[in-house]
Design a protein around this ligand. Structure first.
Ligand code: A3P
Length: 345
């Protein structure tokens, strides 16, 4: 056979071989991800009211695979009709707290086959202009989902904004509310760090944390400083409790979500009446990032953006101690109201 023909044949064989290996790898990936979704225990006994018994989660996950495809490629009207996709109002909202780990919580919950996240913070209830646009505007901001899935959104400003509890109550008085908290002083420093980084990006100077957190006239904690006020969790929660019973809230330990996320996520699954589907397989520690990252299947995993998990500036230990003393009585009240106690100082 002439050399040119031989080369052509080799080229064809190479292309065919690559295709075969590619398909094999794809099949292994699919089977791997489906295997993970085999129910560990019979689903029938654990399904939530909105997940009908005859609707196995494996099917749900399969359908969710299509969903991702559709969302990536901008679903056409025909595809939406064909797969009965809907834009649903959220059945649960992560209302705060800013810098508590709200993004990590949303992304981790999104690992659950029955959960669909609204990727952006919608700011519907805290922004008067958005709120005036009406509930249909809000619904249109929601991702497409299958009717049996639940949509979750997060906008941490909800927790501290005066008008929000009443507005959410008017939309759905039985909605489930998630609040993720961290030790209040650490959260305040994290809040400061985010603002500082924003200023530095614009080449602006900014005060030191100590100057903002302590009133120079009284030498006491400056309760006018927003990062301090946001960390007085009980004050904000009390406003919410005028509209919703305490059972409608679930408190997530943001410090534990960093170090050992699975148990926290399992508690949320229970609260949302979802069968337990997020497993250790879905979470792996990335030493470079210093945080847990997410594994959806053997081919798709991701860590949170670099803006999550910033290095905090050093703060005068005396100021930190003063803040911790200041938050102590508010924390006690928060434990009492929520029934969840933390090892905060
Ligand atoms: P720091 O940047 O202070 O470390 P939010 O999403 O509400 O803004 O919260 C940000 C915080 O989420 C980060 O605060 C970080 O500590 C925390 N976090 C929790 N789990 C994380 C994860 N897996 N990856 C990155 N950050 C995580």
């Amino acid at each position: 056979m002439p050399f040119k023909q031989q080369a052509l044949l080799r080229q064809k064989l190479f292309v065919l071989g690559s295709l075969a290996i590619g398909s094999l790898l794809y099949l292994v990936a699919r089977v791997g991800s489906l295997d993970r979704l085999q129910p560990i225990c019979p689903i029938e006994s654990r399904v939530a009211p909105h997940l009908p018994e005859q609707f196995p989660l494996r099917t749900l996950q399969y359908k969710r695979g299509i969903l991702h495809e559709l969302r990536k490629g901008n679903a056409t009207k025909e595809q939406i009709r064909l797969h009965s996709l809907v834009q649903q109002l959220p059945r649960a909202i992560i209302i705060g707290v800013r810098k508590g780990g709200t993004r990590a919580l949303l992304e981790m919950l999104n690992l659950h086959p029955a959960v669909v996240k609204a990727s952006q913070e919608i700011h519907f209830f805290d922004n008067d202009q958005n709120y005036a646009r009406g509930i249909d505007w809000y619904r249109e901001k929601m991702p497409f989902s299958f009717p049996h899935q639940i949509t979750i959104e997060k906008s941490p400003a909800y927790f501290i904004t005066e008008e929000v509890p009443e507005r959410i109550f008017k939309m759905n008085s039985s909605i489930k509310l998630l609040i993720i908290v961290r030790e209040p002083t650490t959260r305040a420093v994290s809040d400061y760090t985010q603002v500082l980084e924003g200023k530095e990006r614009k080449n602006k100077t900014y005060h030191k944390f100590e100057k903002l957190a302590i009133d120079a006239n009284t030498c006491e904690v400056n309760t006018k400083y927003k990062a301090v006020r946001t960390s007085i969790y009980t004050k904000h929660l009390e406003r919410w409790l005028k509209y919703f019973p305490v059972e409608q809230f679930h408190i997530v330990d943001g410090d534990r979500l960093i170090t050992d996320p699975l148990p926290e996520l399992q508690l949320v699954e229970q609260f949302l009446n979802l069968p337990s589907r997020i497993s250790q397989y879905n979470l792996y520690f990335n030493a470079t990032r210093g945080f847990y990252c997410l594994r959806f299947n053997i081919v798709f995993n991701k860590c949170l953006a670099g803006s999550k998990g910033r290095i905090h500036p050093e703060v005068d230990p005396a100021v930190l101690a003063k803040l911790r003393r200041f938050f102590h009585p508010f924390n006690q009240k928060f434990y009492q109201i929520t029934g969840r106690t933390f090892n905060w100082p």
